[in-house]
Write a protein that binds this ligand. Sequence first.
Ligand code: NAD
Length: 327
Amino acid sequence: MESDGYNRGPMPSDSSPPEIRSVLVVGAGTMGRGIAALCASRGYETSIHDPVPAAVASAPAAVAALLEKARARGKMTDAELRAALGRLRPVASVEEAARAADLVVEAAPESLDVKRAIFSELDRTAPDAVLATNTSSLSIAKIAGSTRRPGRVIGIHFFNPPLAMPLVEIVVGPETTPETIVAARAFVASLGKESIEVRDSPGFATSRLGVALGLEAIRMVEEGVASPADIDRAMEAGYGHAMGPLKTSDLVGLDVRLAIADALARELSEERFRAPALLREMVAEGKTGKKAGEGFYRWEGNEARPRTVAGAGSGNGSARRRRGSSD
Ligand code: NAD
């Protein structure tokens, strides 16, 4: 049978687990900055790179703001914050930092082509490092296939915001060696996080379940079943979820969620993961959630305020007439 790139077989072995002291984060967006803040706060020499110069330049201030929040919540002292910032190095050129890295965590956009290009370059520039991807849904095997050492490639999937969320999903590719898994688990534990281990399969455990719930909630908005705020309350107050599926989608980024839904539709089931028209429209209009200031809510900093979301696809504006949307 031709391989579809997903792991269904046993894993081969290599030697002893690599020791991790220095980390390079590739991609300085929402996740990259959070991952860099977490690594630096836990004692790792941390470099952060992005091909967009402005993203590199603004990374230290953004990481400082994340750490300051943690300090304000009593999670770290002033001295620890300063020490963490001292361990952070923004790098315009990836080559030098890659050579020195024991672990690279890639947090670039959710595109297989982009990630394969990055891993192919890292294969050359970071010859001794474990290469990890923060992908939410893409095949580890397909990403690892762009390198000559798929045994040292693994998924280390953080949640947003990485400093605060307790879980990290470790995604094991078909050729990931046991030693790479041991190193990844030890690294995640050293960050003070709980890990689960998941076989390389579309959407892993968390994205597959989270996106399924999120897409259904968006279809309910389209159909005018209830307002976004009421749909979220249904899961928060009714099912004990810490955050409803629409607010979660806003936090993740609707563009990121759409990319994951499209990947799951291709890989798993066109019918179950077909993205609702409303999601595509909102992304096309730049209403990508918290980072854009507008998604299913209007965002002022961390505050989410209800807003009107027209029931796209229904064509009758039914959601517009529902209560709970204030503008
Ligand atoms: P983002 O759009 O906020 O950031 C992506 C960054 O990558 C940008 O700064 C961009 O300039 C940079 N970039 C673009 N091309 C690049 C390249 N060739 N090499 C390196 N960097 C490049 O995206 P994000 O939300 O931080 O997501 C990054 C990854 O993390 C995606 O794979 C996503 O699926 C995953 N993820 C996201 C979340 C979330 O809640 N946003 C949660 C878990 C995992």
